[in-house]
Write a protein of this length. Structure first.
Length: 127
C-alpha cells in the first residue's frame, strides 16, 4: 500500500514538473522579451515600452503570499485588448482545454498551455 502511495506521489510530481517545463518553454518564447529571462521585468523589448513590464517574481508577495493564478491567467489570456501594452496571446493557447477548478471551487474551461505557463510562473515566485 505504501509503495503504491509512493508511486502515486512520484507520478503526480512528474506531472507537475512536466507542466512547469512546458510552461518554461512558453515563457521563454513569448514573455521573456518583455518580462526578462528571470521574470524580473527587464527584457530588451520591455525597456522600450512607456510602461515597464511587471516583475513576475513578486506576484505572490503582492497578493498576501498566495499565487494569484486566476488573475495571472486572465491577464495573459482572458481579456484580449484590455491591456494595451501586452500582445494578444489567445492564439498561442489554442490547444487542448481542460476543466480547471480555482480556490473558490469555480470551474472553467482553461487551455492546458495556459495552466502550464501559470504553473511555471508560480515556481519563480520570491517570498
Ligand atoms: C510587449 C511586451 C510584453 C510581452 C511580450 C508580455 N508582457 Fe506581460 N506585461 C507587459 C507590461 C508592459 C505589463 C505592465 C502593464 C500592464 O499591466 O499591462 C505587463 C503585465 C503583466 C502581468 C500583470 C502583473 C500583475 O501585477 O498583475 C502579467 C501576469 C504578465 N504581464 C504576464 C505575461 C506573460 C505570462 C507573458 C507571456 C505569455 C507576457 N506577460 C508577455 C508587457 C509584456
Amino acid at each position: 500500500m505504501r509503495k503504491l502511495l509512493v508511486i502515486a506521489v512520484l507520478a503526480l510530481s512528474a506531472c507537475a514538473s512536466q507542466e512547469v517545463s512546458r510552461g518554461a518553454v512558453l515563457y521563454a518564447d513569448y514573455c521573456a522579451v518583455c518580462h526578462g529571462e528571470q521574470g524580473r521585468g527587464d527584457g530588451p523589448v520591455g525597456a522600450e515600452l512607456p510602461l515597464a513590464p511587471a516583475d513576475l517574481g513578486v506576484l505572490s508577495r503582492s497578493n498576501e503570499g498566495v499565487f494569484p493564478r486566476r488573475r495571472v491567467m486572465a491577464k495573459v489570456y482572458g481579456y484580449p485588448g484590455r491591456f494595451e501594452f501586452m500582445p494578444e496571446f489567445s492564439a498561442v493557447f489554442a490547444g487542448p482545454v481542460v476543466m480547471w477548478k480555482d480556490d473558490t471551487g469555480e470551474t472553467s474551461e482553461t487551455p492546458r498551455a495556459l495552466l502550464d505557463l501559470a504553473g511555471y510562473l508560480e515556481t519563480i515566485q520570491q517570498n
